[in-house]
Design a protein around this ligand. Structure first.
Ligand code: GLA
Length: 700
């Protein structure tokens, strides 16, 4: 019996243990909660022969390929130039390991290919990426290269994933782990409204705060495929890959293909534990101007205030109304450029419309800045309307199938971002625009799926354009929008600073969406606005307080004309702007913990371990007269001073009244022990439908 030669990588909460096999190659030994492996017998000595299997023991490969006695999914699929299937057989193996990274290298001397698999610690999580390089003399076609192939714990029982559509993003789906296979694939050419290519996998009784949880998200903004398959040995196997179109990745001698990064989190602290690791990795990837996230400014976005109907006078008036209530960044949305009176014309011609903005955008931008706000602008660079000067000059710049442009959607076509000339044109247009006026923010939209698809090179083309803009204008922040939340992923996060979560800003609809967003992205990147009532997306009406309390949980903004509110509502809005400014330092940049209470309550705490802002929400009518105390598991371990900051939506005629002691908590905090709050629970005010109780907790 021989001892295993192990390679190890450890996070605070997780460990990865790989065995270097004596005959070459590497096998999985552990991917799960943190442990010290000590000395272990070699994997092949732990596996005996069984019927109907390869005679040699087959430990679970880290880089599985068909043709080698492995009957599960293959991480790589290749074709030779003559369309012959090319199954590499690795003959050389190398492991390079440092404290924060393990890189495994595989070489095939006969086919002249080399591959690598890299595991790295990033903040509190784990990143994985793969690459292939053609070392030979002939072209090689890469049909697929997964970013990772991972074993998932055998006691896992649920997969949480998200799906969605325009204006209904992040619908949470809970499924049992499959007896055969589970797939999440996207085909629209971009991330899609179901959120990032991602899932959580939960073991045993895992919930929000405790239990073993795994999560993975692929840092990719195009088509993708996640697969979970049941292995004969009992565990599940996860593969995650960016889809490659047929024949699109052809490696000439000396060329490489790199997969996008998979961000993996493993925690014994439940869904909040893995979300915290995902947040830490996303924050490590994001690049803020000057290397630091400034307090997230209050936005006013013009879209739902005036849609396409604006000109210089209208926008100046809107900006003035915004400044009065304390807005810090004014964003001029769609409708400002040439010929753009509706959504049927103009995309591609990124010049101010001379009828609406005769002196260009500088007067608007300067007006906004003179009011003490930043000026931001909406663009949709990857698109073109057939009714545009750009399309008339360059019809061949749109994605086409056999020379014929694909079907229009929202009357627009997708530009072919693979073409350097297209990217150069867009860079010049955006660069000129950004140099023409003090514009410090772009809302970068993308309002349709691709048909035909530009494949993965389309996505890389967009990334290249974004990188070039960021390099030329490093102080400009960018918001990723795709008809709301159609492009929220960790691939684009390297280039952007905010996501527009959804075109649906109905606060009831937003609560579950925001929870889906927060499974992978931190609150400071979650664009969340107060819209008009009734909501433009759903027609439902909600109080200003309820809309505001839900929007304050993210990167807050306003999407209405404050001048159209009656004076008392405008005063309320003004106060919510101040409320957000007072608490954003606590709500952003730290932990976000989600939970559920009995009787339909959901809650969210944002803070830093010593101080939290806590939102307790009820969307529907309670069937109990009062709520029971709400246990807050995160509070264990120290005493807390608890203050009631606000109670919104609770003043209906038939509402139950809160107890005196709870009312008094508005003025004077009550001190509770951590064990009381964690196990017995926080006493609650009477909370009506569409109500939010907002507390402040500070370590006593
Ligand atoms: C998309 C965005 C909206 C708005 C419009 C403008 O739908 O999600 O916020 O910018 O485009 O056309």
């Amino acid at each position: 019996m021989s001892e295993a030669e192990l390679l190890e990588l450890h996070g605070d909460e997780w460990s990865l243990v790989i065995e270097r096999l004596p005959k070459g190659g590497f096998a999985w030994r552990h991917l799960g909660e943190r442990l010290e492996p000590g000395s272990l017998p070699a994997a092949r000595d732990l596996i005996g022969a069984t019927t109907f299997s390869i005679d040699e023991p087959q430990p679970l490969p880290v880089f599985p390929l068909h043709g080698s006695g492995w009957f599960g999914p293959s991480i790589l699929s290749l074709l030779a130039k003559d369309a012959r299937a090319l199954d590499p057989e690795f003959t050389s193996f190398e492991a390079v390991s440092s404290g924060d990274c393990i890189e495994l290298r595989f070489g095939d001397d006969r086919e002249k290919l080399s591959c690598s698999l890299r595991f790295s610690k990033l903040a509190s999580g784990l990143t994985i990426e793969t690459a292939i390089r053609n070392e030979g003399r002939d072209q090689v076609v890469v049909s697929s290269l997964a970013s990772a192939f991972l074993p998932v714990f055998a006691n896992a029982n649920r997969i949480i994933s998200w799906r969605g559509r325009h204006a209904a993003e992040f619908e949470e789906c809970v499924e049992n782990l499959p007896a055969h296979g589970w797939h999440r694939t996207t085909h629209g050419g971009l991330t899609g409204h179901g959120g990032p290519p991602a899932c959580q996998i939960l073991a045993g009784e895992c919930g929000w705060h405790s239990g073993l949880a795994f999560s993975a998200q692929l840092a990719w903004s195009g088509d993708s495929r996640l697969a979970i398959e049941k292995h004969d040995e009992g565990m599940w196997l996860l593969t995650a890959e960016a889809s490659i179109s047929n024949g699109e990745v052809r490696l000439e001698p000396g060329e490489s293909y790199h997969s996008p990064t998979l961000l993996v989190a493993i925690s014994g602290a439940g869904r909040n534990g893995v979300a915290a690791q995902q947040h830490s990795m996303v924050r490590a990837i994001a690049e803020y101007p000057a290397g630091e996230m400034r307090p997230r400014p209050v936005h006013l976005n013009s879209w739902e205030a005036c849609y396409f109907a604006h000109d210089e006078a209208r926008i100046k008036a809107l900006a003035s109304a915004a400044a009065v209530i304390g807005v810090e960044r004014f964003v001029l949305d769609d409708g400002w450029f040439k010929g753009r009176d509706n959504d049927r014309a103009g995309l591609g011609d990124w010049k101010p419309d001379p009828r609406k903005y005769p002196a260009g955008l500088a007067p608007i931008a300067e007006h906004v800045r003179s009011l003490g706000m930043e000026f931001g602008l909406w663009v949709e660079p990857e698109m073109v309307n057939p009714d545009s000067d750009l399309y008339r000059a360059h019809p061949d710049w749109a994605l086409t199938t056999r020379g014929t442009p694909g079907p229009t959607a929202r009357s627009q076509l997708v530009l072919d971002m693979r073409q350097p000339a297209v990217r150069d044109y867009l860079f010049e247009e955006l660069d000129t625009l950004l140099s023409s006026a003090p514009i410090s923010y772009l809302k970068w939209d993308h309002n349709r799926a691709h048909a035909p698809s530009g494949g993965s090179a389309q996505v890389r083309g967009t990334y290249a354009l974004l990188a070039r803009i960021r390099e030329a204008h490093p102080d400009v922040e960018i918001e990723s929008c795709a008809a709301g939340g159609g492009r929220i992923d960790a691939g684009i996060v390297r280039h952007v600073h905010r996501f527009w979560t959804s075109d649906n800003i109905d606060a009831i609809a937003r609560i579950p969406m925001q929870r889906g967003f927060l499974a992978f992205f931190p609150s400071e990147m979650m664009g969340a606005h107060i819209g008009a009532s009734p909501s433009h997306a759903t027609g439902r009406s909600q109080s200003l307080g309820f809309r505001a309390a839900v929007a304050c949980q993210g990167h807050f903004g306003i999407e209405l004309d404050p001048a159209e509110l009656d004076p008392s509502e405008r005063d309320d809005l003004d106060q919510w702007v101040s409320f957000y400014k007072r608490w954003r330092g606590l709500a952003h940049g730290g932990q976000t913990l989600l939970g559920e209470g009995p009787n339909g309550l959901t809650w969210q705490a944002q803070g830093n371990g010593r101080e939290y802002i806590l939102w307790i929400m009820r969307t529907d009518v309670s069937h109990q007269r009062r709520d029971a105390q709400l246990p807050l598991p995160f509070a264990a371990g120290q005493d807390w001073q608890v203050r009631l900051l606000d109670l919104v939506g609770g003043d209906h005629v038939l509402a139950a009244r809160s107890g005196k002691a709870i009312d008094a908590m508005r003025e004077t905090p009550l001190t509770f022990s951590g064990s009381w709050l964690a196990r017995a629970g926080l006493p609650l005010p009477a909370l009506n439908a569409e109500g939010v109780a907002i507390f402040h907790l500070e370590a006593a």
